[in-house]
Design a protein. Structure first.
Length: 194
């Protein structure tokens, strides 16, 4: 498992170098969007209409911000369960999105789309919301203001910590790694110590 420092937008070469389990420190522009924004974007794509933001080569962070405290640009921000965006993810990858950030396992269709369209699905750790928010250096609301916390926001990030959960080779971190820990637990009289 390798370590990478990447800057957005991502290229096909960047994607080819990423394997499940690799850690990434990401710098550059990413976009925050959740269910309602994805539904609207996919409806536009299906109608052959342009998106309000050109996301080709970019990364979408499945999250919604907490209100910032005085002096903060954004409050704590944690990844949303990626599975909720699975009905929309293949269309977004086909459009040209190179990566998504969420938490938890995804559908087989997402794994296949990552492979077909040369994209990745990253995992961010939900319990690190305060740390993640400190890696965000700028925030701008760019589309669907009426959606409130689900509106699309442009984020500038610096050394944003991620793991590659699904790579462009059809590999699935959850499918391959979780059984190792389950077997350890079954074979240990003491269980897993966290």
């Amino acid at each position: 498992m390798a370590e990478h420092r990447l800057t957005t937008p991502l290229t096909n070469d960047d994607i080819k170098n990423l394997k499940i389990g690799d850690s990434v420190l990401l710098t550059g522009t990413i976009y925050m969007a959740r269910d309602a924004a994805h539904k609207r974007m996919v409806e536009l794509l299906e109608a052959n209409q342009p998106l309000p933001v050109d996301l080709r080569g970019d990364i979408i962070f499945y999250a919604g911000p907490c209100p910032p405290q005085p002096g903060q640009i954004i409050g704590p921000v944690a990844p949303t369960t990626a599975y909720r965006m699975d009905p929309y993810a293949p269309a977004m990858y086909e459009y040209g999105v190179k990566g998504t950030i969420g938490k938890g396992p995804r559908r087989e269709s997402v794994k296949e789309a990552c492979q077909q369209y040369k994209a990745v699905s990253f995992a961010a750790i939900g319990g690190l919301s305060t740390i993640l928010s400190r890696r965000i250096t700028a925030v701008e609301l760019v589309a669907y203001e009426d959606l409130g916390p689900e509106a699309i926001r442009r984020l500038e990030v610096e050394d944003f910590p991620l793991l590659v959960a699904y790579d462009s080779y059809g590999q699935d971190l959850y499918e391959q790694e979780i059984p190792k820990y389950e077997n350890y637990h079954k074979n240990s009289d003491k269980g897993v110590v966290l």
